[in-house]
Write a protein that binds this ligand. Structure first.
Ligand code: CMC
Length: 391
């Protein structure tokens, strides 16, 4: 056995070789399969990006149509899933509901667990891409007591997600191109980010040959935390708190810098980006455009801009290379779209789904061994058992 070196947080430990996402934290570069995030966000749609991440190339028109049709064919879930959705309290956090429902899908689709060929993988992949948006929409609808309906397969993938979430009984559903384009862009920007906490969770869970859905459910749970995907909810709650506190950004800046205070400026800092987060740049611009197009004037956006400016000029943040990350402005757009704060991280999961799938597939195709880090034991040395009456 070799010498074990510990690396808390795996800051300098590579877990795999990957051909999916390239990230240069110093230069602020993010590419999926070689294509820059700026270009994809501008020119591609989310389903094309999903195909690119999972299968390695942008799809031809035929491949794209087949992929979409195969997904549509999987876009209903077993009717008994409704009973599970209904069993959750309306106040349940949507991330817990979505993680549970994703895990429960395994029970309804046992054939998706043992994947022994690329064809088996493909079937499991289109299944989850078809069914996950239904779970997301039902989680949202349950919260508001709306009927658990299906979407409309004549619509595009992202359009249909919005319809599934927002359509009301007895009302003609009018689709807004602004909302569809904005969501498309947000989902693309969140689609993959190499070996982050949730993706590593998906890969390590899948490395035991647990099924795809179980691995994704583990990833969703990892994403939930406020240091990871949950930051988008935490950012908005922080901005709301500042607004309620007469917009006193200085007070929150001081709290963030105080080492005796656990508070951190949410939406700031990143393990890898030490210059800027390219996704944040695109999202900031999109937030301005989307809110203007929707005619929403949100004082929260002004507070966010003020806070960003203060932090970027503050020596504490400059010294530690802390910049706004993808989550700093995404919540403001979601809010403008009418999505409730506790659903923000679910929207992140919706975007990250193709990335998790691509990473899981790559891990299985590369026949990676089971993930099993070692440790350095620092506990008690051998000691004799003491019976209960002698303790
Ligand atoms: N506010 C105040 N101080 C911070 C912050 C922050 N947001 N982020 C890092 N620091 C300080 C930290 O206290 C430490 O200071 P010191 O060197 O004096 O001890 C230094 O900066 C380095 O931080 P770290 O915790 O060692 O860095 P990390 O790479 O382990 O953590 C992070 C990265 C993203 C978890 C962290 O920056 C953070 O907690 N940010 C706020 C939460 C957030 O926005 N998360 C979303 C990340 S992007 C999307 C995603 O991953 O889902």
């Amino acid at each position: 056995e070799g010498v074990i070196t510990i690396d808390p947080g795996y800051k300098n430990t590579g877990s795999c070789e990957s051909a999916i996402t390239f990230l240069d934290g110093e230069k602020g570069i993010l590419r999926y399969r070689g294509y820059s995030i700026e270009e994809l966000a501008e020119k591609a749609d989310f389903l094309e990006v999903a195909y690119l991440l999972i299968f390695g190339e942008l799809p031809t028109k035929e491949q794209n149509d087949k992929f979409h049709n195969d997904i549509k064919a999987q876009s209903i879930v077993d009717d008994d899933v409704r009973k599970i959705v209904d069993a959750f309290p309306k106040t349940a956090h949507p991330m817990g509901v979505v993680a549970s429902l994703t895990s429960a899908l395994t029970a309804f689709n046992p054939s998706s667990v043992n994947v022994n060929s690329e064809e088996d993988m493909y079937k499991a992949i289109v299944k989850i891409l078809g069914k996950f948006p239904v779970l997301v929409a039902w989680t949202y609808r349950r919260k508001f007591g709306l009927p658990l309906d299906y979407g409309d397969n004549s619509l595009g993938y992202v359009e249909n997600i919005l319809k599934m979430m927002f359509s009301q009984p007895n009302a003609c559903y009018v689709q807004s191109k602004i909302l569809v384009d904005a969501l498309d862009k947000l989902l693309i920007l969140h689609a993959d980010h190499e070996q982050n906490c949730s993706t590593s969770t998906v890969r390590i869970t899948g490395s035991s040959h647990a099924g795809l859905f179980a691995s994704l459910s583990a990833g969703i749970s990892a994403l939930w935390g406020p240091l990871h995907g949950g930051a988008n909810q935490a950012v908005l709650e922080m901005l709301e708190a500042i607004k309620a506190d007469d917009g006193d950004t200085k007070k929150y800046m001081a709290k963030a810098k105080d080492k005796d205070d656990p508070f951190r400026l949410m939406g700031f800092g990143h393990r890898v980006y030490k210059n800027f987060d390219p996704r944040a740049k695109i999202i900031k611009k999109a937030a301005d455009e989307v809110l203007a197009n929707l005619g929403v004037e949100d004082p929260i956006l002004d507070i966010a801009k003020g806070l960003e400016k203060e932090a970027l000029e503050d020596q504490y943040f400059v010294d530690r290379k802390l910049y706004p990350n993808v989550d700093f402005y995404s919540g403001i757009i979601y809010r403008g779209m009418g999505i409730p704060t506790d659903m923000f991280t679910v929207m992140f999961a919706l975007g990250r789904l193709p990335g998790w799938i691509a990473q899981w597939r790559e891990m299985r195709l590369n026949k990676e061994p089971i993930g099993r880090p070692r440790q350095i034991y620092v506990g008690a040395t051998h000691r004799p058992f003491v019976p209960l009456d002698k303790r």
